[in-house]
Design a protein around this ligand. Structure first.
Ligand SMILES: C[S@@+](CC[C@H](N)C(=O)[O-])C[C@H]1O[C@@H](n2cnc3c(N)ncnc32)[C@H](O)[C@@H]1O
Length: 274
């Protein structure tokens, strides 16, 4: 956190406000023009761990930056503390850019922060961002829907608060006509894959794990539902990681050679692409 004394804005009885901004998946070229101008016009940027260093480089040096980033299990600020901070900064008359990875309204807790701001009587607005699934699709050349392969797409979480059991409707998710994108699934992918197989998905269904999509650190692992946990375990991709499960993965420019390999031990060696 950049330290400075936060006083009332000079001359300012003007009420502050908060912009809940999506930073996109990481590539600064994918930041919207509205997001960029909001960052340039802000007094303070309150940002998360998922916001890439390349995006933070675009924040002008004279804008205060507060890192409330949350590594799994190691919250720098709790959500309640972050909510209180946003309210406090806005009440000081500041224009606050609340910057989140991807889109603030897809697994981003943007709705929760907005509810707190509304209760506190603080003006706020959303600025959408490109969500990780969209960024990963474009960056890997894997469409999320495709005529004849996937008639729809579903985004689901692979993690519940406080490690509670993942209680999805597995029978409904195990539908190979719909692409499944799993956010925050790195710790539970073995369990997720086995539940989907138990509810009728073929273990040969292609799966792609994409890490740090759209950044220079992007890597991908392609396997099938029966082997994805093992393949990811061997490749150890860095966070953040998401999974695309479905026939569309066979359209990946790198999938053909990988999916042809069926022996698990060979497969695990063959699946990493930088
Ligand atoms: C708390 S969710 C936030 C999602 C974000 N609001 C969005 O719209 O992308 C964090 C998860 O998003 C996914 N994620 C975010 N950025 C990613 C990226 N660049 N590459 C791969 N996965 C990403 C990962 O599944 C990660 O665990």
């Amino acid at each position: 956190m950049t330290t400075t004394t936060l006083g009332l804005r000079p001359g300012g009885h003007k009420p502050g406000r908060v912009l809940l901004i999506g930073a996109g998946p990481g590539d600064p070229g994918l930041l919207t023009r509205r997001a960029l101008s909001a960052l340039k016009g802000a007094d303070v940027v309150v940002y998360d761990r998922l916001v890439s260093p390349e995006i933070m480089d675009l924040v002008p040096e004279d804008v205060l930056q507060i890192d409330v980033g949350k590594a799994p299990g190691h919250h720098r600020l709790t959500q309640d503390e972050t909510n209180a901070l946003l309210v406090d900064l806005a009440r000081r008359g500041l224009c606050v850019a609340r910057l989140k990875g991807g889109d603030p309204l897809i697994f981003g807790r943007g709705g929760e922060e907005a509810a707190e701001l509304k209760t506190a009587g603080v003006e706020f607005k959303y600025v959408p961002g490109i969500t990780a699934a969209q960024g990963a699709a474009a960056a890997t050349g894997v469409p999320l829907t495709h005529r004849g392969l996937a008639a729809g797409v579903r985004y689901v979480t692979g993690h519940r608060c406080q490690d509670a059991v993942l209680d999805h409707d597995w029978a409904s998710l195990a539908n190979a006509d719909t692409t499944l994108v799993v956010y925050m699934g790195a710790m539970n992918i073995a369990d997720i894959a086995s539940k989907l197989i138990r509810h009728g998905m073929a273990s040969s269904l292609p799966v792609m794990a994409v890490s740090a999509a759209t950044t220079p650190r992007q890597t991908q692992v392609i396997s099938d539902l029966g082997h994805i946990a093992e393949a990811v375990g061997q490749a150890v991709p860095e966070a953040p990681l998401l999974f695309v499960i479905g026939h569309v993965v066979s359209l990946s420019p790198t999938a053909a050679q990988t999916l042809a390999i069926t022996a698990p031990e060979t497969q695990a060696k063959a699946v990493r692409y930088g």
